[in-house]
Design a protein around this ligand. Sequence first.
Ligand SMILES: Cc1cc2nc3c(=O)[nH]c(=O)nc-3n(C[C@H](O)[C@H](O)[C@H](O)COP(=O)(O)OP(=O)(O)OC[C@H]3O[C@@H](n4cnc5c(N)ncnc54)[C@H](O)[C@@H]3O)c2cc1C
Length: 510
Amino acid sequence: MALDVEIKSQLAQYLELLESDVEFVASLGNDEDSQKVKEFLLEIAEMSPKLSLVEKALDRTPSFQVNRKNQEPSGVAFAGLPLGHEFTSFILALLQVAGRKPKIEDELITRIQSIQSNLHFETYVSLTCHNCPDVVQALNILSVLNPRISHTMIEGGMFKAEIDERKVMAVPTVFLNGAEFSSGRMSIEQLVEKISGPQDASTFNNKDIFDVLVVGGGPAGASAAIYAARKGIKTGMLVETFGGQVMETVGIENMIGTPYTEGPQLMAQVEQHVKAYPVDIMKGQRAKDIRKNDLLEVELENGAVLQAKSIVLALGAKWRNINVPGEDAFRNKGVTYCPHCDGPLFTNKKVAVIGGGNSGIEAAIDLAGLAEHVYVLEFLPELKADQVLQDRLAQLKNVTVLKNVATKEIVGNDEVEGIIYTDRADNSEHRIDLAGVFVQIGLVPNTNWLPETIQTTDRGEIIVDKHGQTSLAGVFAAGDCTDSAYKQIIISMGSGATAALGAFDYLIRN
Ligand SMILES: Cc1cc2nc3c(=O)[nH]c(=O)nc-3n(C[C@H](O)[C@H](O)[C@H](O)COP(=O)(O)OP(=O)(O)OC[C@H]3O[C@@H](n4cnc5c(N)ncnc54)[C@H](O)[C@@H]3O)c2cc1C
């Protein structure tokens, strides 16, 4: 296997950073996949005198462990090839096994090292899944930091029989000690929380009063935190998962001044930028209530209460559900919201895309390249997607567009087997046998927990004035959770700045 010249030169720079000798312990057979893995490992091992390859039978073939030479196994293993989005996971694993400290907070390292149970994780990924590396990298870090923990990344393409046997229909899907543990993107904080339980409320007892407390860690929240901190005021950031929706975005071509970037890359830079200022970032925590007494109070799901003189809500949005029977029951068993991630699992199968807007038609075009047949179900009599996308869709032979139809039910036994819809013209009911349903009907703001004192539109969007001020004095809002006309990264960043400046103005006057 010849690695791309550019990738090789980047890799060479990383290999310079290896702090000790690393051994790939590989289980290889005579099959074609094993040869690919062998060529990959040999090519990389040849690039540094600190790397070597030995062969040994392991649970899966082809697979390999990444171990520090002459030491106990690190716990980090890869089954199949860690290419595509997983190549970075592979490089980070190499560096961390060799001794480089993972870039996470010391407090989180302590929490990981204090886990006492023996945990073996297995994560099924596809190489086109941009949500998978977060989970793979997090579980690799856990394995490197705690000898009781081990983790194997399994590339679905090379382990198709296993995927079918374990009924994996969404990636990343994680198994813990043989039982299904989680599905979908999770941050390292969320994984640790799921393993060891919620962080104790007392951890937050000694927090001072914040001048500005930002709730949310997408582009709007990050921008608000930077603008607030640059005013020299005490700034906190309460974040369920840093990065927000941008982490779901593969290519971004409308960050003005940056012709092309990718979501995780952009948000890693944004996080570094926030960390250049004294912002108290509290990750893996969800706000569940806001009250106004003498000060504003934000209550967390673990019961802790944070106090602030002003608040910026930057809560963003999440995928809208279709709310029909079967959607919940078959979530990650054929019902999915991420065509980029899960598309490859439906190769040569029949799938439906619900929604004829831009995201639905983009998904249908994308899926048509893999699936046997794609059905697009649109509730309205016309598709709403841009004409250019509709034209492209019309050229595809394996796509059927059904307009003016209402999805009634997603049916199956252990996994999705079909979809039932009603033709709105004559109320007739129809069934299509298929394996996957991709829901693409837009987003809903994360605001359903807010008190009535913070007014929202009938769509749940927080109503703000031109300073980002909400109906509750001292509480500001920004980004996709507000009633702004358009929802984009750059618009969220701009409104985050406005809300922080609005909050600063409020603090001066009150
Ligand atoms: C697939 C996809 C592709 C996109 N592509 C582009 C593109 O190419 N260009 C572009 O400009 N825009 C794009 N967008 C839109 C863009 O991602 C959003 O407009 C932007 O992310 C909104 O930023 P935000 O900070 O308002 O919210 P979000 O990014 O949604 O962030 C919300 C944050 O709030 C946190 N949060 C929510 N509730 C709570 C709570 N109760 N307690 C604590 N934290 C909480 C979340 O964890 C998250 O950190 C895309 C969106 C999607 C889904």
